[in-house]
Design a protein around this ligand. Structure first.
Ligand code: THU
Length: 140
């Protein structure tokens, strides 16, 4: 299995745990840290809609609590989004808030994969996912 396969599997298993009764949009994320540990998460919604959060955010919580420090690779699994003019739909990329949260622990060259449940995917580097992002540190 490739690293991508391992993370895709972990993100898919996390997605099966999504608590998304309001949007019914189930998302899973898996993060590989610099020690080789995988941290996964799902989106967790709430009856007060704005209080729900994304799969990436759950996974980051697990990374921090698991003693991880840097994200080396991230994989997000979600349905493709039907958009007029995009045959087959668009891959689900992390929301703005999650881009900022990922960039806290990722480097500019960290690959972020957006996958559909079948494993088709696209990859965007962190620096392209959050260009001109806010940071108090020069190396990010
Ligand atoms: N969501 C994620 O978990 N990750 C993303 O990258 C995009 C959106 C969740 C938030 C909400 O629970 C649902 O998908 C619909 O927006």
């Amino acid at each position: 299995m490739t690293t991508f396969d391992i993370l895709f599997k972990a993100a898919s298993a996390a997605r099966d745990k999504a608590h998304a009764p309001y949007s019914r949009f189930h998302v899973g994320a898996a993060l590989l840290d610099d020690l080789g540990t995988v941290h996964a998460g799902c989106n967790i919604e709430n009856a007060s809609y704005p209080e729900g959060w994304c799969a990436e955010t759950t996974a980051i919580g697990h990374l921090v609590m698991g003693g991880g420090s840097r994200i080396v690779m991230a994989v997000v699994v979600a349905p493709r989004i039907d958009l007029a003019g995009t045959p087959g739909g668009r891959f689900c990329t992390p929301c703005g808030g999650c881009r900022q949260r990922l960039s806290e622990f990722a480097g500019p060259e960290t690959p972020i994969y957006s996958c559909d449940p079948e494993g088709r995917h696209m990859m965007v580097l962190m620096k392209d996912l959050l260009p001109a992002g806010f940071s108090l540190e020069t190396e990010r």
